[in-house]
Design a protein around this ligand. Structure first.
Ligand code: SF4
Length: 134
């Protein structure tokens, strides 16, 4: 059972209750498909310009998180009912995920639910524990 911390974007916090993210985590599908089983440790909201994300990840790690996932809406958008890579909420997501992997020393995965077609989740840092072997 891999313990997961989620970080969502403030730009979506009043519109999205994370239903699809939580469902994908529970069923280990989409961005969580690599895990045998996954359990949510907690959720934080990133606030622009994202300077607190490494500290949030450190707290989630202390609570037991073995990997952090950033929500798909940060790097993808919905177009005619389908999620498409690009034009997500965050312009410097790569930098945030690198900060987390480096400063909090925990794998940070870009993606949760409704992944764009042909997108494979990118992991910053070492591969999370508990992933299925290929
Ligand atoms: S820094 Fe990026 S992920 Fe964080 S709140 Fe701003 S746009 Fe969202």
């Amino acid at each position: 059972m891999t313990q997961i911390g989620l970080i969502r974007c403030e730009k979506n916090e009043n519109r999205c209750p994370l239903t699809s993210c939580l469902r994908s985590l529970k069923t280990t599908t989409q961005g969580f498909a690599g895990y045998e089983a996954a359990e949510l440790v907690g959720v934080f909201t990133c606030r622009c310009p994202g300077s607190g994300v490494a500290d949030m990840a450190k707290i989630l790690k202390r609570k037991g998180a073995e990997a952090i996932h950033f929500c798909t809406c940060t790097f993808a958008h919905k177009e005619e009912g389908a999620w498409v890579e690009g034009r997500g909420f965050c312009k410097h997501l790569e930098n945030l995920l690198q900060q987390i992997a480096g400063e909090a020393d925990i794998p940070c995965v870009q993606g949760t639910a409704h992944l764009p077609a042909s997108y494979t989740p990118i992991t910053y840092g070492a591969a999370p524990a508990g992933q299925r072997s290929a």
